[in-house]
Design a binder for this molecule. Structure first.
Ligand code: 5GP
Length: 193
């Protein structure tokens, strides 16, 4: 799966800038369900002995890999919303993050009924850049009094600060793909893969 994902990133990924990789053909717009299933299997294999009770992600691009992980671990998947729908219950956890793609501060909201103090939570997301999305989700888990077990990331851009900051806080981060650089129009993968 990691090999397949690397191949797809090389053949179909579009390097928008030194900082941003577009993978719209299989992850962020069109979705490759089999690949998502294999990603789910990979995260499930890493965390199968951890007694995970819930997967937490953010709408919208995290949902596909998260739901496959939840399918295999047989646990519910909850996605943090970036805006409060009128149907949301009045009881919720909320924080603010700086959205990497929207370039502005957005709220992160989860109804309190879906994150409980006895939950053991695995966060799953598509990309890790500066770690704002993950920081927000960690904060929501803290507000709920739940236990964070780890963070599963499909593509970590290790030249940005998120992974380092989270690991320095003692948080377990497992990334399937790590990219060291997008400079000069070339995707350079971390060589330990
Ligand atoms: P962070 O919060 O770690 O700075 O950024 C992570 C979030 O921004 C992810 O949830 C992802 O949706 C988006 N993101 C960050 N970098 C990229 C990128 O290079 N490509 C794409 N498609 N999304 C990104």
């Amino acid at each position: 799966m990691v090999k397949k994902l690397r191949g797809l990133i090389r053949s179909e990924g579009i390097i928008v800038s030194n900082q941003i990789l577009k993978v719209d053909s299989f992850l962020n717009h069109q979705i490759d369900p089999l690949l998502m299933y294999e990603i789910g299997e990979a995260f499930a294999a890493i965390y199968k002995k951890e007694g995970i009770t819930k997967i937490l992600t953010i709408e919208s691009s995290g949902i596909a890999p998260a739901i496959m992980t939840g399918l295999i671990l047989k646990v519910p998947v909850v996605f943090a919303r970036k805006q409060a729908p009128s149907t949301l219950s009045t009881d919720f956890y909320q924080c603010e993050i700086f959205s990497y793609t929207k370039k502005k501060t957005v709220p992160l909201i989860v109804a309190s009924s879906f994150l409980r103090s006895d939950d053991k939570v695995l966060i799953v997301d598509d990309f890790l850049a500066n770690g704002e999305a993950a920081r927000g989700m960690v904060d929501l888990i803290r507000q709920a009094g739940a236990k964070l077990t780890g963070i599963g990331i499909v593509i970590e851009k290790s030249f940005q600060s998120g992974g380092k900051t989270l690991r320095a806080r003692g948080i377990r981060v497992d990334s399937l793909i790590r990219i060291d650089s997008l400079s000069d129009g070339v995707v350079q993968f971390a060589d330990d893969e």
